[in-house]
Design a protein around this ligand. Structure first.
Ligand SMILES: [Ca+2]
Ligand SMILES: [Ca+2]
Length: 123
């Protein structure tokens, strides 16, 4: 191997390291977790017992935290005043129901034996 080869290879290696550093920095600089600059800080949290729903970063999520067999769902009011619903389909199993939507109000309900029990609507 000539000295020219070594210089050429070393130069390429440095270039590769530089490129990977740039890629790494680019990934780190892209959107911090959970923040969408187009949505802002608007957030709502409602709870019914341990069950809860929240609206954060443009996403409504609803989570069954009780494992009492009652279906837990969130209801949300859209800007046109219609009501939508999203459920935590897998019950108390980890993982929540979610939907990306723009809302004005939110509440969380569970389908219990008394007729559905719901939190207050919150803007
Ligand atoms: Ca419950
Ligand atoms: Ca769940």
């Amino acid at each position: 191997m000539s000295i020219q080869d070594v210089v050429r290879r070393t130069g390429r290696a440095v270039a590769l390291v530089g490129a990977s550093l740039l890629v790494g920095t680019g990934v780190a600089a892209a959107a911090p977790a959970g923040e969408d600059p187009g949505v802002g800080p608007y957030a709502v949290y409602v709870s019914q017992g341990e069950d809860y729903a929240q609206f954060l970063g443009g996403v409504v999520s609803v989570c069954d935290m009780e494992g009492d067999g009652n279906l837990v769902y969130a209801e949300y009011r859209l800007p046109n005043n219609t009501i939508g619903r999203v459920t935590d389909d897998n019950g108390v199993t980890p993982g929540c129901g979610s939907v990306t939507v723009t809302i004005t109000h939110l509440r969380v309900c569970e389908n219990d034996i008394f007729g559905d029990s719901c939190s207050e609507w919150r803007p």
